[in-house]
Write a protein that binds this ligand. Structure first.
Ligand code: GRF
Length: 199
């Protein structure tokens, strides 16, 4: 049976699309069980529906409104995902940090895409912060990594990394575009690598 992937998104889903395309072409030998978004209006939900992939929306707001904690949200999210019995959970632009209470259910099989190299620019706005460092003359490259997820944000074991140059004439938008192109290749490759190690 093909391994099962659950994909978590929060937005546009261009990386989700890259995965959908590689599953369709057979380069990724797996089935996408469901795409879960924390945001109702994430365009990635439309991409999933267009590919006849089931979707679920699981927002944090009702938890906050009911005075519940992030941990309660994470535990319920984990329970929901467990019903799909996934071999792999992919964070493809998922903008929530997952707590240890979530990860204890999936200690080895959550992977994340992060637009920076290991140990550099952990957390949000990584591309902007790399560009700022470039403008201050501190670096001429940043990068992309696919890594295993552990409770320390963006610090899990790297599966694949790729450097991305920052060119003297680059505007922030140029760098963002170059990074996204690399992401669309690296995340599917990282998934292939993870799955090949399961066999
Ligand atoms: C990517 O840049 C990813 O590295 C970051 O969020 C972005 C998601 O883009 N974590 P998309 O929704 O896949 O288009």
């Amino acid at each position: 049976m093909a391994p099962k992937i659950v994909i978590l998104i929060s937005g546009n889903g261009s990386n989700l699309q890259a995965i959908i395309d590689q599953v369709a072409s057979g380069e990724i030998k797996a089935e996408i069980s469901v795409v879960i978004s924390n945001r109702t209006n994430a365009y990635g939900l439309t991409r999933a529906s267009n590919a006849s992939i089931p979707t679920e929306v699981f927002p944090l707001k009702p938890y906050k409104d009911a005075g519940k904690t992030r941990i309660e949200y994470d535990v319920d999210l984990a329970k929901k995902i467990l019903t799909y019995k996934p071999d792999l959970i992919v964070l493809a632009g998922w903008m929530h940090i997952l707590s240890a209470e979530f990860l204890q259910h999936f200690p080895e099989n959550v992977i994340n895409l992060h637009p920076a190299l290991p140990g550099e620019f952990d957390g949000a706005h990584a591309i902007e912060r790399a560009y700022q460092a470039f403008q201050e003359g501190k670096l001429t490259r940043t990068g992309v990594m696919v890594h295993k997820v552990i409770p320390a944000v963006d610090r899990g074991l790297p599966i694949l990394t790729q450097e991305v140059p920052i060119l003297p004439e680059d505007k922030l938008e140029d760098l963002e575009e170059r990074i996204h192109l690399v992401e669309h290749k690296l995340l599917p490759l990282g998934i292939q690598k993870f799955l090949s190690e399961l066999e």
